[in-house]
Design a protein around this ligand. Structure first.
Ligand SMILES: Nc1ncnc2c1ncn2[C@@H]1O[C@H](COP(=O)(O)OP(=O)(O)O)[C@@H](O)[C@H]1O
Ligand SMILES: [Mg+2]
Length: 382
């Protein structure tokens, strides 16, 4: 028994499924991989409701079952995930770019967990990230006591991934200063990290073992970020991760995650699907700048991401579970205001304009949900 965790990494959470998929497909694997590229894609995008044939495993009732249905984890185009997997199979760097909250980090964790069994070898890029954090550092107590040695070396997650033939992840790579990013150029082209302090000793050079590869993520909207150098760009295949295209898929994801957030606390999820659909539609209108009917909507500068929609749906769910009272729909305008105001306070006016525009037209067309939402307009006026 392991202690409960607020966030369980995918290699732990889906351990059974990963073991099953690794055993189920005995096709060719790229060097160092735990499973075939096809099994990686299935792990991430699901098996489409059909069981994957494989070794018998214990079902929920303890009886052995043949095959297993794999749930989708990343909602999006299978072709995108396939391209990511092929990039990594070819030992190229993979850069996932997109708006914040489009599951770039999640996708990189799922890829790492499936390919090498751990998503933990990650460096978070910030303006303060140093080259040492990408290469190696020292345990100063040991360094002083024993001098430079393999024992006193503290490898970065990237060096650990290299020598262990695993997937390294660099989050928000464009937040790192250009000279720090450049440390990755030599790592990715030479596929080794040398430690001059250990010249002549064991561990003087860490060589990349088969299976080592690198996944980086970058947000398109971050302000004050450093551009990537051309040299570094050439070492990555870029994949743009778009927001979820399909309304029903987004509603289903938001519902599933909000429900999970409430049920984690042992409470009952008591928000109507219709409320969540209204929430997701409002997010999509404000994200894209047009309503489903084709009416123009003024876009706020904040990112109306699926991740934000999940957060709002979970708050409404928690509120309904722990502090039951008002109609859950009445909580929506306040939460939307909170999301929209994050970037620019004047975006509150854009939200009001949305209420008086698209939302009102829907209310007038007779939709019950939108009429109720329209009636909560007062929340938006300070
Ligand atoms: N396409 C998607 N498939 C599955 N979950 C998604 C998707 N888009 C957003 N999410 C939700 O958003 C959360 C945040 O995603 P994250 O990986 O942190 O985004 P990013 O790194 O792009 O900012 C995910 O954990 C998931 O709940
Ligand atoms: Mg991220």
């Amino acid at each position: 028994m392991t202690a409960a965790r607020q966030i369980d990494p995918p290699e732990h959470r889906f351990a059974d499924e990963l073991a099953f998929l690794a055993a189920a497909d005995d096709g060719a694997r790229p060097p160092g991989w735990r499973m075939t590229p096809r099994a990686v894609v299935t792990f991430i995008t699901g098996s489409g409701g059909k069981p994957v044939a494989g070794p018998a495993t214990a079902g929920s009732d303890g009886k052995p079952v043949e095959g297993r249905v794999v749930e989708p984890k990343f909602v999006g185009e299978r072709a995108l995930v396939e391209r990511c997997v092929v990039t990594l199979a070819g030992e190229r760097g993979l850069l996932l770019v997109g708006e914040p909250g489009t599951a770039k980090s999640m996708l990189s964790e799922l890829l790492a967990a499936a390919i090498c069994g751990t998503s933990a070898l990650a460096v978070q890029g910030t303006a303060g990230t140093t080259e040492d954090q990408l290469r190696y550092g020292w345990n100063y107590a040991l360094l002083l006591a024993k001098g430079p040695s393999a024992e006193s070396l503290v490898p970065s997650p990237i060096l650990t991934a290299m020598t262990g033939g695993a997937v390294a992840r660099v989050e928000e790579i464009t937040r790192c200063l250009p000279e720090v990013q450049d440390a990755l150029v030599s790592i990715m082209s030479e596929r080794r990290i040398s430690v001059p302090e250990l010249a002549g000793q064991e561990g003087a050079t860490g060589y990349a073992a088969p299976g080592f590869c690198l996944i980086a993520t970058a947000n398109l909207r971050d302000r004050g970020v450093s551009e990537m150098s051309a040299a570094l760009k050439r070492r990555f295949n870029f994949e743009v991760v778009p927001p979820i295209a399909d309304l029903d898929a987004e509603v289903a994801l938001v519902t599933k995650q909000a429900r999970a957030a409430v049920e984690r606390g042992g409470a009952r999820f008591a928000v109507d699907e219709a409320v969540l659909e209204t929430l997701v539609v409002a997010f999509r209108d404000l994200r894209t700048g047009t309503s489903a009917e084709g009416w123009e909507v003024e876009r706020p500068s904040s990112v109306m991401s699926t991740a934000e929609a999940v957060a709002v749906a979970a708050s409404i769910g928690l509120s309904a579970a722990y502090l039951p009272g008002p109609d859950p729909l009445s909580l929506l305008p306040g939460h939307l205001l909170g999301v929209v105001r994050k970037d620019d306070p004047s975006d509150a006016e854009r939200l009001l304009a949305y209420w008086d525009g698209a939302l009102r037209r829907r209310a007038e067309a007779g939709s019950r949900m939108w009429r109720q939402l329209w009636e909560h307009r007062d929340v938006l006026r300070d």
